[in-house]
Every structure is written in C-alpha cells, then in structure tokens.
Design a protein around this ligand. Structure first.
Ligand code: PLP
Length: 399
C-alpha cells in the first residue's frame, strides 16, 4: 500500500504535511512503552496554555470531547438551553442534546461576517439559557459584543475555537475569552494530529472538573498509579474516557512552535484569494472589513456567491477541474436531528445556499490560488466545461 493518500484532486480542500520532527516524536513514543495519557500530554497542555495565554489547558480526545467536557464542567443539565450559531459544525448541538439540553440557534451577522450576531444572541436568551457557545468561524474572531451579551445575561460562555488556534481578536487571543474554550486537532485543522482536542480556561474549578471527567471521573490517573504516586482512586462523579494519548501529544508539542508560520502562510493565500476574487463578478469574500491585525487563523477560505448563483453547478464545474470545494456549514437548524429547535436565523437562511469554501492549506503550491480563482470565474461566467479558459488570463488553468 502506498504511504501517501491518493486522491483524484489536483487541489484538495485541505492537505496535511507532518514535519519530520513530528514523525520522529511519534516514533520515539511508540518505541518507549507508554502510549496512553502521561507526561507528554501534561507537557503539551502546558505548551498550549502558554501559547493561548490561559492558566489551564486540559487535553482530550477531540474538539467534540472538549465541548462535552465544557458542558459537563459548567454543569449543563437536562432541560437547560444552550444558545449557539446555526452556522457551525453540528458537534456543539449534538453534545447539548446528548446531555438532555436543548440547542437554540442564533443567526450570523451577515454575508460579510459569518460569526454569531450579538443582537440575535440577545433575542435567543431566555430564563432557561445555561450557556452560550460562540464560534470563531474560519479562524475569524467573534465580535466582542457577543461576549458582552453573554456576560450581561449572567450565563456561562464557551468558545468553540476549533478553527482558531493562533487567532486573535478585539478581546485578545481566541481561547481566553470565555469560561472554557474548545480547540480541535482533527486532521484538517490548523494543528492536525489526526484526532485530539484541548479545553482552555482560567477557571481552576472548570479545569479540575474537565480533567477528572475526561478520565471516568477518577481521582487519580493510570499514569499516577503506574509511577506509584497513587495507589487507588474514587469516582465522585461519573465521567468519560476522553483522554489524549502520548503519541499525539508528542506530535503536538513539536508542531506547535511551527503554527504561527503555518497560519501566516495560510494568511498569504487568503489575501491572494481576496485580491483576485474582488475582480470576479458573482462572488465576494467575507470578513473584508476585519483588519489583519486581528490575527485570523485562516482555517478556511470562505466565499459567498451572489444570490441566485447555482452553487451545485459551480462546485461540479470546479470538481471537473480537480478542485475540491466544500460548504461550511449546512446550517445546523436544518439537520433532521435539530430541526425542531428554536432558531432565529433569517441571515443564515439567506446565506445557506451561497456559501462556498475554497482550498486552503499552508503549502498550497504557487499558482494554485490563481487556478482556483480562474476556474471559479469560468464557472460563474458559464464557461464551466473542461475546455473553458480562465476568463481573466486564459492561461492559468490546468492543461
Ligand atoms: C467549529 C467546529 N466545532 C467542533 C468541531 C469538532 O472537533 P472534532 O472533529 O475534533 O471533534 C469541529 C471540527 O470538525 C469544528 O469545525
């Protein structure tokens, strides 16, 4: 079997290149005899806490696990409501439901800003609201007013920062704004470890609860018993198995110092997309008014098609060129499991058929952004068969 993933894409949506140091770090753990959570996980937690700028970081098995731990640590109970944007990954809504809580879906600001709308958030909060989840869409930080609304209403605040490791906004580093923040190390994220997650917090009670709950609720860890620093345990409150393992923690520790450079390369491609797409009819790039000083993590390269553009036809035309695109996200309030939930989503509804995500990863080869934009322009201009030429130059598309 080939060691490389073979796909038909000339330009995939995202692509993972692990540095040699990460592979060496993984090998060292694999040869060392202790694979589950241990000192490397503790070390990775310290590195992430220092990088993000929080007192505590609790590693876990996925971004979804981090959200589940946050809900549990903040004592979300059956019957509680959790307000979150509809335009996000379904993990936060599923986790709410699985705790017996009710997701309530707030709107996004609009075509230029796909983060949660503070006014919609205010409308969604009721006496039953236990928590609010804000999501830094594509690595662009939420508006600070959303945080203010949650604080003024006295509800718990969670950042879904799955897209936002290394990002900043008006309130500082993403991951420091809330009672708990949840990062993902899933295979297509800015720090890809295959799977993995991290909860960051400045609240020692939240950190302690998440730390216990990720390992069955036990008062001591297997590693502590292995090393003799503990001999037994109690379980005061039932928990999960959501531990991160030493292999991924070792990989994370050696790749974290490279993240800022990788995010900066993403930012260069994103700026190129924005400049080129500005000249293309039928499509716009959101977040144009955000200053680069806010430090987006550029997890995604989102585009918004004009109303009435047939997105399926555009995606199919790009696919024929070997260019993978996606939609972030099918609005959660439209998914069958969550259709009955309360939702304040007029803008999300208006945008649902217009969102398109273009390929973006740090090592996108020179000329790729131009090719993607030319293919998109050809598709939007109706020249979407594979003999079509890029309307802007006619020379940049694939032979
Ligand atoms: C916004 C958002 N939240 C949560 C998650 C869940 O993260 P994970 O896949 O690590 O469980 C993801 C990742 O897919 C995501 O994009």
């Amino acid at each position: 079997m080939s060691s490389e993933v073979e796909t038909a894409w000339r330009v995939p949506l995202s692509d993972v290149r692990l540095p040699a140091e990460a592979i060496a770090a993984a090998r060292e753990v694999l040869e060392g005899g202790w694979l589950s959570s241990g000192p490397r996980v503790a070390g990775f937690e310290e590195e992430v806490a220092a990088y993000v700028g929080t007192e505590h970081a609790v590693a876990c098995s996925s971004g979804t696990a981090a959200l589940e731990l946050a809900y549990a640590a903040l004592d979300v109970r059956p019957g509680d409501e959790i307000v979150m944007p509809s335009l996000t990954f379904v993990a936060g809504a599923n986790a709410a439901r699985l705790r017996g809580a009710e997701p309530v879906f707030a709107d996004v600001i609009g075509a230029d800003d796909l983060t949660i709308d503070p006014e919609s958030l205010e409308r969604c909060i009721t006496a039953r609201t236990k928590a609010v989840v804000i999501m830094h869409y594509g690595g662009y930080a939420c508006r600070p007013q959303a945080v203010a609304v949650a604080r003024e209403n006295g509800v718990a605040l969670i950042e879904d920062a799955a897209h936002a490791l290394g990002a900043g906004g008006e309130l500082g580093n993403c991951g420091t704004w809330a009672d708990a923040a949840c990062f993902s190390f899933f295979a297509n994220k800015n720090l890809p470890l295959g799977e993995g997650g991290m909860l960051t917090t400045n609240d020692p009670t939240v950190a302690e609860a998440a730390r216990r709950l990720r390992s069955h609720g036990m008062t001591s860890a297997t590693w502590e018993r292995h090393t003799g620093s503990a001999t037994s345990y109690d379980v005061p409150r039932s928990g999960f198995n959501m531990r991160l393992d030493e292999v991924r923690a070792a990989m994370g520790t050696v790749t974290l110092p490279q993240l800022d450079a990788a995010n900066a390369r993403r930012g260069e491609h994103a700026a190129r997309y924005r400049a080129l797409l500005d000249a293309v009819d039928g499509v716009a790039t959101p977040f144009a008014s955000r200053p680069e000083a806010e430090r987006p993590a550029h997890h995604l390269a989102p585009a918004v098609l004009d109303p009435g553009v047939d997105r399926a036809r555009v995606m199919e035309a790009l696919r024929a060129w070997g260019i993978q695109t996606s939609v972030h996200y099918p609005p959660t309030h439209r998914l069958s499991a969550h259709r009955a939930c309360r939702a304040d989503v007029a803008e999300t509804e208006a945008l649902a058929e217009r969102l398109l995500t273009l390929p973006l990863y740090p090592h996108l080869e020179p000329g790729r952004v131009e090719q993607v934009v030319d293919a998109l322009q050809a598709a939007l201009g109706g020249q979407d068969d594979r003999r079509g030429r890029g309307a802007s130059s006619g020379t940049r598309l694939f032979d």
